[in-house]
Design a protein around this ligand. Structure first.
Ligand code: TYD
Length: 203
């Protein structure tokens, strides 16, 4: 069995919910406590992740079975090469997206989320805590367009509604919904409260 002493903290949500900002703020906070941090994201920039990214950016997604295959390969490499070694060294790993994204996005494309969960949990360590940054789809889309983002193939309204429903139905002891319509600093404060429990558990 893996002997992990670091913590795995995951940020999830549809695009435009502010995940990357919250990853950065939490990283700064934890580093100030003297905790060693690795931050990363999925899909990675590796071979398999890039196949999925390139197709979506061109506006035309791969067939969903191919997406699942590529994204599982990408995640397996990520777990083996970065996530597990970092946790075993005692680092905290902060991830912008992880396998709940697959349940949401490939689930919204018609693959059974429970089956996707099983495929992932066969090899991917479960998070110590995951924050689902939740905003209504209209708000998320306004934010994406406000920052000049493109409407890529993962960013259609009805599709994002389905993703949000799957996130809402997800259940795990480590899964926490955060109302991400609040301002950046109060969202960060809520996240800190939760993370304090993990830090206190170590000390
Ligand atoms: P995203 O976080 O939007 O990356 P960036 O901000 O760099 O464009 O991730 C790209 C897309 O990948 C996102 O729309 C969701 C999708 N995705 C899946 O469909 N399945 C997965 O398992 C993961 C991790 C991401």
């Amino acid at each position: 069995m893996e002997k992990r002493c670091g913590k795995l903290v995951v940020f999830e949500g549809i695009d435009g919910t502010g995940k990357s900002t919250q990853v950065r703020l939490l990283r700064e906070y934890l580093e100030a406590q003297g905790i060693e941090i690795v931050t990363d994201y999925e899909p990675t920039r590796g071979e398999w992740g890039m196949r999925v990214r390139a197709a979506a950016a061109s506006g035309k997604r791969l067939p969903v079975e191919v997406e699942v295959d590529c994204l599982l390969r990408d995640r397996r490499e990520h777990v083996e090469q970065l996530i597990t070694p970092a946790l075993e060294r005692g680092c905290w790993v902060l991830l912008d997206r992880y396998y709940p994204s697959m349940l949401a996005y490939q689930g919204a494309t018609g693959i059974n989320p429970a089956e996707l969960r099983r495929l992932n949990e066969n090899f991917a360590p479960q998070p110590d805590t995951a924050f689902w940054l939740d905003v209504p789809v209209e708000v998320a889309l306004e934010r994406i367009h406000g920052r000049g983002g493109s409407n890529d193939a993962f960013e259609q309204k009805s599709f994002l509604e389905s993703c949000r429903h799957i996130y809402a139905a997800f259940e795990a002891p480590w899964w926490h919904r955060i109302d991400a319509t609040a301002d950046v600093h109060s969202i960060h404060a809520r996240i800190r409260e939760r993370v304090r429990d993990l830090i206190d558990g170590i000390n």
